[in-house]
Design a protein. Sequence first.
Length: 150
Amino acid sequence: MEIFDLKDDPYLKILRPLVEAYQAFFQVGDRHIRSMGLTPPQFDVIVELGGTTGMTCAELSQSTLLAKASLTGILDRLEGKGLLERLAVPHDRRATHIRLTRTGETLYRKVFPAQANFMHPYVERAFTKEEITVMTGMLIRLRNSCQREI
């Protein structure tokens, strides 16, 4: 097995800045989400359900990238706050349909634009619209390359 020279390999040089950028971006967003009384996973669930008629737990787990085991506790807490409701799915006793309550939908209409507006300047300062388009494509290609191994 060949040992890579980390100092000169351009493919490996991207890793640290990529992880550091993700961590910095996440920390800034995390603080703002928490200032609105939510955790990032709760925010993610509310944003995915907002403006929809809801979805099954399996669909929600896939769209939020949260594990089903984690999702159950998050849904319990949001349901306890009166922000969402669980409904039986006709003809499939194993499935549960999740949707926001009116209170949850109102919260979605408040927190989603607030978070988007809060994060926008960080991206706008760093990249032009053209760079965002190119980078989005590149990040999707990187994600797809990694997903081939999963």
